[in-house]
Design a protein around this ligand. Structure first.
Ligand SMILES: [Zn+2]
Length: 183
């Protein structure tokens, strides 16, 4: 994100999930840090109370399609239908394409209704080939003004994120970064 200040944007994809999202919200709350959650419509429809909980604590939410579609493998028509199906429950002006894969024709349509948000730091929280310290370093060695960090609220990432997020947040706060959730 373009900024001259020490601002960064923390994002969590693939929720909401009653266990994973709740635990992440608790960690963020402990440090009074605001983040953005890019939600899948199918999951959001199952757990509407989680949407309320995320918004009530002043985090932001974004649309991450209804069924986590890969844009490169999906026709634009099907993709748009899926996004707007998710929009019935998510109701956000932010969109992040699953896998970061989206066609120009899909972008052209979606930018009428959404701000499309990618990322600059993907610390591979979902990979079991990455150690805890590698995960932390992927963030702490690359972070700079305007960074957008992507983490996940899913079963592959849960353990690594919950175990290491407090250390990462403490270090980023020590370096005087401000966490933003407006775009
Ligand atoms: Zn995703």
């Amino acid at each position: 994100m373009p900024t001259k200040e020490k601002k960064i944007w923390l994002t969590f994809d693939d929720g909401p999930d009653p266990i994973f999202t709740t635990e992440i919200l608790n960690i963020l709350d402990k440090y009074s840090i605001k983040a953005t959650f890019f939600l899948e419509g199918e999951k959001a429809a199952k757990y509407p109370y989680l949407i309320e909980q995320i918004k009530k604590t002043n985090h932001s939410i974004g649309n991450h399609t209804n069924s986590h579609l890969n844009g490169w493998k999906t026709s634009t028509n099907t993709y748009l239908k899926d996004v707007f199906e998710a929009q019935k429950v998510i109701k956000s002006s932010l969109f992040r394409p699953p896998f970061g894969k989206i066609k120009i024709s899909q972008i052209k349509n979606l930018i009428k209704d959404f701000k499309i948000i990618m990322w600059s730091i993907m610390p591979l929280d979902f990979s079991n080939k990455i150690s805890d310290s590698e995960f932390k370093n992927n963030i702490l060695k690359n972070v700079k003004k305007g960074s957008i960090i992507v983490l996940h609220c899913n079963s592959k990432s849960h353990h690594k994120v919950c175990k290491n997020l407090p250390d990462v947040l403490e270090e980023l706060l020590k370096r005087e970064y401000e966490f933003c959730s407006t775009w």
